[in-house]
Every structure is written in C-alpha cells, then in structure tokens.
Design a protein around this ligand. Structure first.
Ligand code: IPM
Ligand code: MG
Length: 370
C-alpha cells in the first residue's frame, strides 16, 4: 500500500476542530486500504507565537518541507492583534507559501445544487456554478520589496508596498491555468489592471503569448480585475478558469467563494513546481475561510472546506483521483440529504455540529462504497 507523509498544521480558532474531522476521513481511507497516511502535527499562527514567539518554528518549517503534503487549518484571532508584525499569525502562512515555493493557488468555487438557495445571489445565477480561480501566490504586492513604513523629514510617515512580477512568474501560473482549463471547459479569463498598472501590462502580454504559442486550443479572454469582480456577482457562470495575481486573487476568490453559499464550503490547493528528479510538487491544502474566532470551540464550524482540501490533496499530491471523487461524492450526498451546519442552513432549518457533519460524511463514504 502506498504511504504518504502528511504534516498537519491546524492553527488557531476553528482550525483544530475541523482538522479532527479530516483525521476521521483519513483513517476511513486507511481502513479501506486506499493508502497509508503517516501524520505529524505542528503549530502555526497565534498558537505558535504563544509557544515560541514566532508564527512558525524552524523545526516545523523543516517538517513542512519534508512532507508529501501539508494540511493547514486557519490562523489568527483578536488575541494576537498586537503581536509584532513579523510574528503575526498570517506571517506563518506567508512563510510556508514562500519557502515551499507554492506559486499556484487553486481555489475552486462549486455551488452544490442543494446549497443554491444559501447563496446571496438568486439561485438560478449560481446553480451548477463551477469555476476555478488560479491565483499566483508567491509574488506580487504580498512579497515585493521595498515593503516598509518610513518616517519622512517632515515627520510624516510613508508606507510602501511593491507590486512586482517578472516574465517567468507569469508564464508558470498561466501554464497552470491553461493546463487545468484543458481538463474542464477550455476557457481562461485573465484578470489584471493593464489600464493603470505596469505589472498588468506585462501580465496581459505574457498570458497572451503563452496562450497563443502553447495553448491555441484554449479560449483566452482578458478582463479588468474590477470588472471581473462585477461580472462574478452579475453572471458568474460565464467563467471557467480565472487566472490572476496574488492580491486580485485574494479578493476575487472571496467573492467567488460567497457565491457558493458559504466560505465554509471552499477548499484550496497551493502547489509548487514539479521537482526536477522526482516530479513531485510541494503542496499545502487549506480551506479558504479563516479561523472564525467568534465560533471557535463551540462545535459550530463547517468542516467541509477542510475535508474538501484533503480531497484535493488526494487528487493533486497522492495521485488518488478515484478516492478524491469518492470523497467529493460523499460531501454532495450529505448536502443532498439536507444535513447542514449553521453557516449553510436556511432560516428555521435543523443544524448539526462540526462532529456530526464529519460523521455524516464518513457515513456517506460507507454508503457509497457499500
Ligand atoms: C487567504 C487569506 C490570506 C491571504 C491571509 C490570511 C494572509 O486571506 O488565503 O486568502 O491574504 O492570502
Ligand atoms: Mg483571502
């Protein structure tokens, strides 16, 4: 039986409680003989700061580097609002992305039929929605230098963030988007702001060239990022794959996520380049939602985005596409059956706890594979 080494970083807030549900799912697959998953856990975010004054320790970074895949919960909360900037909880996540070279962030937004009424848009606009946002994750304004606040001679302060992209960074994310579009509906929409930003001008040129020379069979359209945000709430089903930079991807993926009814539903995968020798990619899987400190520890959190992130790990890191399909099917089945955590329940509908939702998904796995 194939064996994989998973590094679990549950993090803060609801992170630990949703990770527990992934462990249940993981052991179901082990018992079924699908694969063996060796797991080890570490600390990231506020809990890591409390333990050793850093958002992630060097030893946990080394474990993340060595793992076949990292499963990440969520970080942050009001408790750490005033910690030094470099040690803030988010710094742990950003360091993982940067040091592991996870440049390709895949954020699918799928609207399960059973949840169309939970969306803030009219059901007919989102029913059957299936879009994939491919967000560049290791460049742009998140990491560009200089990044600083300086005090000017007149005593005023000046803050600088730098939006910077070079050709190879745009080429490689464009290729990921075109490749994935080829497995879907063959359409890429590239979002930038070439009307105001030099990085947008280069982005558009490079994506156009990659499309023309390497993927002539995939339809490519360019859309200004602000217009893309508007189109996402106007007529979201026009999109298949959207490719964009780090900051626009952050924003557009939150918009896309909410179309599906709840942030609690959305998984994501962050992938590095394939290793020259082994062909393996470094990878990290995380729900798109945050640590939701307001509901942490109350058993209210929806574990679906976290479990869906494990399904993406099965698909993209372990080559277990059938197992991933099975898990996605189990999630659909549970939703079709009307099981709801509070975030996706209609007013007056019964709700279940985090643990009950996890158990329902395991039960659905049993039923489907009986
Ligand atoms: C996300 C989050 C992060 C980001 C934060 C937590 C740093 O919003 O993954 O979308 O901005 O990338
Ligand atoms: Mg975000």
């Amino acid at each position: 039986m194939a064996s994989f080494n998973l590094f679990l970083l549950p993090g803060d807030g609801i992170g630990p409680e949703i990770m527990v549900q992934v462990k249940e799912v993981l052991s179901w697959f082990e018992k079924r003989g699908v694969a063996k998953f060796e797991t080890e856990s570490g600390l990231v975010g506020g809990c890591a700061y409390d333990a050793h004054g850093k958002a992630i320790s060097e030893s946990d970074m080394a474990l993340a580097q060595a793992a076949d895949a990292v499963l990440f919960g969520a970080v942050g909360g009001p408790k750490w609002a005033d910690v030094p900037y470099d040690a803030r909880p988010e710094a742990g996540l950003l360091r993982l992305r940067k040091d592991l070279g996870l440049f390709a962030n895949l954020r699918p937004a799928i609207c399960y039929p059973a949840l169309a009424s939970a969306s803030s848009l009219k059901p007919e606009l989102v029913e059957g929605l299936d879009i994939l946002i491919v967000r560049e994750l290791t460049g742009g304004v998140y990491f560009g230098e200089p990044k600083e606040i300086v005090t000017l001679e007149n005593g005023e302060k000046r803050a600088v963030d730098t939006q910077v992209y070079s050709t190879h960074e745009i080429e490689r994310i464009a290729r990921v988007a075109f490749d994935l579009a080829g497995t879907r509906r063959n359409k890429v929409s590239s979002a930038e702001k070439h009307n105001v930003m030099k990085s947008g001008v280069l982005w558009k040129q490079v994506v156009t060239k990659v499309g023309k020379e390497e993927y002539p069979q995939v339809e490519l359209e360019h859309v200004l990022a602000d217009n893309c945000a508007m189109q996402l709430v106007r007529r979201p089903k026009q999109y298949d794959v959207i490719v964009c930079d780090n900051l626009f991807g952050d924003i557009l993926s939150d918009v896309a996520a909410m179309l599906t009814g709840s942030l609690g539903m959305l998984p994501s995968a962050s992938l590095g380049a394939p290793d020259a020798v082994t062909g393996k990619r470094k990878s990290l899987y995380e729900p798109v939602h945050g640590s939701a400190p307001d509901i942490a520890g109350k058993g209210l959190a929806n574990p679906i985005a976290m479990i869906g992130s494990f399904a993406m790990a099965l698909r993209y890191s372990f080559g277990l596409g059938d197992a991933a399909d099975l898990l996605d099917k189990a999630i659909s089945r549970v939703l079709d059956g009307g099981t709801r955590t509070a975030d996706i329940a209609a007013p007056g509908e019964n709700t279940v706890s985090t643990t009950e939702m996890g158990a329902a998904i395991v039960a659905a796995l049993n039923e489907i594979s009986a």
